[in-house]
Design a protein around this ligand. Structure first.
Ligand code: ADP
Ligand code: MG
Length: 413
């Protein structure tokens, strides 16, 4: 497998502004070997690796595999078959152990991992004792080595490593470089490094993005194999296992979330039913108050206390008045049986909401209703008579009903 970059230009657009990152860069990579990419920060090293990995497309120019232009519509197949990537920021999955992290990617890529090979790699990178740990328990250097081991296990023709020694001490960095050199005997390894001294010790093939050189030829070959993706078996079933692990890892969080959601829903339902109950109560109270729609009009000029027929007719013809009743103004006279009674008087409409202890709504002009308390206090019953004396006139009134005491307190008629 031979990788080539041909006249690659890459720029990023910000509105009208264009930032040129790589300019007309051509590279013939060797089949195997360790190639180093150096340059100061922001010179385009990571961008170069992303272009090779097919994560980004060049603005101009071509990425060629065995002489064929990269097919971006099948880029996932290319990445599965050809590319392993060691990220600058590790990209380990927190819910999986180191061991599971190591084999997950190879499984996604449909490769079986030989336990012997895994052991060789973990021994060399000194992470064998960490296999059962979770990433959160590892130091930066340990994570970086796990990331490297994961890429080695994928065994793809191209390994890309973005600053793989950045978090390591000198000794470990040298050991990692040793291993990369060993691995590069059978693979193409492209490494980004800040450490010029270290990298030049391990590689003679250097791409310096700070220099003005834009043509590198590390390969004299002109004939290639056909560019063909390897067929990989479906790793779906194995991936399900990792999904399950992810769910288990977040079990507590999920249960807590579920409980709090449930609690919120219950509280909301309770609140709604409370509001509904309160509203119904208010509605019932309003409906069951038989005096609520009565408006009392009285003349209080003390010369002429009664309305004239003409005045009453004006009221009768008013469209807002549903019915008109007259009553004596009880406040100017006294109620009597064999004793004087202290009574409050109200006028009420006949309605379904009046509850009677006994009797029914008056059907005659001289009938009245009394409430329970009045009946009790003055020992009155249905059909009993009491009289009302006003201006030396006496009117007889008979009790047609006793209503239950829930409208108001007091002795009422
Ligand atoms: P290096 O890895 O050498 O530090 P990068 O390749 O990450 O540099 O970035 C090169 C330049 O391109 C930087 O100035 C960076 O801001 C810019 N750049 C990189 N990726 C993007 C992107 N996705 N969108 C816009 N600008 C980017
Ligand atoms: Mg970078």
């Amino acid at each position: 497998m031979v990788l080539q970059l041909s006249h690659i230009t890459k720029f990023y657009k910000f509105g009208k502004h264009k930032q040129l990152v790589l300019n007309d860069l051509s590279i013939n990579f060797p089949r195997f070997g360790l190639v180093a990419v150096v340059g100061k920060s922001g010179s385009g090293k990571s961008t170069l690796l992303n272009l090779i990995a097919g994560i980004e497309k060049p603005s101009n120019g071509k990425v060629l595999i065995d002489g064929h232009e990269l097919n971006y519509s099948q880029i996932d197949k290319y990445q599965q078959s050809y590319i392993s990537y060691v990220y600058q920021f590790y990209n380990l999955i927190e819910s999986l152990t180191v061991y599971e992290n190591l084999i997950l990617l190879s499984e996604i890529k449909g490769r079986t991992v030989s336990l012997n090979y895994l052991k060789t790699i973990t021994e060399r990178l000194k992470i064998t004792p960490l296999l059962d740990c979770f990433p959160s328990e590892l130091s930066g250097g340990q994570k970086q080595r796990v990331g490297l081991a994961r890429a080695f296990l994928c065994n793809t023709p191209i390994l890309l490593a973005d600053e793989p020694t950045g978090a390591l001490n000198k000794l470990l960095a040298s050991e990692v470089m040793e291993f990369l050199r060993f691995y590069a005997k059978k693979h193409l390894v492209i490494v980004i490094s800040h450490n010029y001294q270290l990298i030049t010790k391990y590689s003679k093939m250097i791409i310096d993005l700070d220099s003005h050189q834009n043509n590198y030829n590390f390969n004299q070959e002109t004939r290639y194999h056909k560019y063909l993706y390897q067929q990989v078996s479906s790793p779906l079933i194995k991936i399900k296992f990792y999904l399950k692990r992810q769910l288990l890892y977040q079990k507590k969080k999920i249960v807590m979330m579920f409980c709090s959601q449930l609690f919120t829903i219950i509280a909301f339902v309770l609140l709604l039913s409370g509001i509904n109950g309160g509203w119904n109560y208010i509605k019932t109270c309003l409906k069951s108050d038989p005096i609520k729609e009565i408006i009392e009009i009285s003349k209080k000029d003390y010369n002429e206390m009664n309305f004239t027929d003409k005045q009453i007719n004006v009221l009768k013809n008013d469209s807002l008045v549903t019915s008109l009743n007259y009553k004596l103004d009880f406040s100017f006279g006294i109620f009597k049986t064999d004793q004087e009674l202290q009574l409050e008087s109200y006028q009420v409409h006949d309605s379904d909401y009046i509850e009677y202890l006994n009797g029914k709504f008056p059907s005659q002009n001289d009938q009245i209703m009394i409430n329970q308390e009045t009946a009790h206090k003055y020992s009155l019953d249905i059909n009993d008579k009491l009289y009302f004396i006003i201006d030396e006139n006496t009117y007889y009134l008979s009790v047609s009903a006793i209503i239950k005491d829930y409208i108001n307190n007091g002795t009422n008629i």
